[in-house]
Write a protein that binds this ligand. Sequence first.
Ligand code: SAM
Length: 402
Amino acid sequence: MPQDDPIALLQAGAARHAEGQWTKAEWLYRQVLKRRPQDPNAHNLLGVLARQRGDAAGALRHTERALAASPEEPVFLANRGAALAEAGRLAEAVIAFRAALARRPEDPVTLRNLGQALCGLGDPAAALPPLAQAAALLPEAPEPRLALAHARREAGDAAGAAAAAGEALARAASQPALAEQARFLLAALGGGPAPGRAPAAYVRDLFDQFAPRFEAELTGRLDYRTPALLAGLLERAGLAPARRLRVLDLGCGTGLSGAALAGFARRLEGLDLSPRMLAEARRRGLYDALHEADLLDWLPRHPGGFDVVAAADVLNYLGDLAPALAAIHGALAPGGVAAFSLEAGVGAPFALGAAMRFRHDAGHVAGLAEAAGFAVLAQEAAVLRQEKGAPVEGLLFVLRRD
Ligand SMILES: C[S@@+](CC[C@H](N)C(=O)[O-])C[C@H]1O[C@@H](n2cnc3c(N)ncnc32)[C@H](O)[C@@H]1O
């Protein structure tokens, strides 16, 4: 490669980028900018890289520099939309995606991004046409069909959602993670047996997308109360908020639960599957340590280290609770306390609801807890939050490791 040729440097950067060598790609793009500080393609690709790393501010900065040089370029407009979506600015993202599509109407990725942003804004009906068009443009691809299935489910068309999920599944033979997600959606629609848990990739993507809007939505519109309810029940079960305990916040998200648990903690650790939720938690500056992991993998590797293990609005992504209860039991010191919420179900030990979360039967959970070696210290029914204008009925448990 001629060392000074910006075009060759840009191409080399794009090749490294496609191979996943992000550091090398970034270095090459920056070499381009040393030679041509306004180069729109280098800024655009640095913006894509920043977005892939979860750096929404960096992504916006670079895509804006690219657009300053080429305001009509549909690729730059589409990437600005994606950066805005990453930052949680969905209404502005929709405008940018539409501007890109006005100039390049048959771009399936931008059509899908537009549909997903409209769904995120609570308008699944508006998301259906772009998602259907994305699916038609890529007849063999499972992703747009899965996105279409989710939008149809949210729009209340269960049969159409199941049909699209089935089509996604049929096209996902070489993508096991996507196939698992399609099967999970089919199960939530009543079209198959409920698996023992939500797929980790589904949970991660869901919360990665939700992260920048999570706190505003949960504490505002959705009146989310689980962390305060759990902390209250812990106190009533005899735990003093005297900052003396080693506390693990499972599925800590952005840290709303950590804030409620901090009063009990001499040391507070958080664990979550979603790197974007963890980035928000890190900004809060509350945790002594944060771990990116699946709780079922992490807990067995950390035996006996905690006095309290709490999970607010987390175990409803698991159906069969026996492995999680055994893992929590193992992570607690003798006499340690587990506290968690679940969504309330009746009859079956657990069932997968249309909202794609599990509901659990209180009696069954109490039996599982005892079988895992816990004593039930407290158990309560409570409204956890609102969803589509209706209360989400929940269960709160405080258990002691005997
Ligand atoms: C609804 S949020 C609740 C966050 C926080 N506990 C709170 O009360 O605000 C659920 C969180 O649990 C995480 N989560 C779900 N299943 C998980 C698993 N198996 N392992 C680790 N984290 C998980 C999700 O990524 C998400 O951040």
